[in-house]
Design a protein around this ligand. Structure first.
Ligand code: NI
Length: 171
């Protein structure tokens, strides 16, 4: 079990485009996935992407239901995820992020999507998602492109949020 420090925005790794995994099934990749899961459950959060623990690779984990009353842990691992389709229909969800503690904003995103991704040993999957799962996946995979949810809010609101984070965590 290895809980990693979760980076706080605007630390550098959170703003970089992450690199795809080339070699599957390696001990390094398995360790990274376990570190992500340990860190996500410890935080506690429902999703965590590798750049959030300072690793600029296209890997993320989610467990969107485990914090609900009576739910069991049931994590999913996403490697090199790629959106094949996103719906025109959108929905607005209040989002937060472990890398932006205590910050929340209503974000509009496509409400359904089709995804292709790999697992740790390199099996490829394709599946449709909708609702909260679809929103959570888009949020997590934004991290792989160096984006965070406040990139979708007004410049003024974003500046205020970054200022608060800098004051609290970097001064
Ligand atoms: Ni996040």
């Amino acid at each position: 079990m290895s809980i990693q420090r979760i980076l706080i925005y605007p630390e550098d790794c959170l703003k970089k485009v992450a690199q795809p995994i080339q070699d599957f099934g390696t001990d390094d990749l398995k360790t990274l996935v376990q570190d992500l899961l340990d860190s996500m459950y410890d935080a506690p959060g429902v999703g965590l992407a590798a750049p959030q623990i300072g690793v600029s690779l296209r890997v993320a984990v989610t467990d969107v239901n485990w914090r609900s009353e009576g739910a069991e842990k049931q994590h999913q691992v996403w490697i090199n995820p790629e959106f094949l389709w996103k719906s025109e229909k959108t929905e607005i969800t209040e989002e937060g992020c472990l890398s932006l503690p205590d910050m929340y904003a209503d974000i509009e995103r496509p409400s359904a999507l089709r995804l292709r991704w790999f697992d740790v040993v390199g099996n490829v999957f394709e599946e449709d998602f909708e609702g909260f799962q679809a929103v959570a996946l888009q949020h997590e995979f934004d991290h792989l492109d160096g984006k965070v949810f406040i990139d979708y809010v007004s410049a003024l609101k974003r500046r205020m949020m970054v200022k608060k984070l800098k004051k609290k965590y970097f001064s």
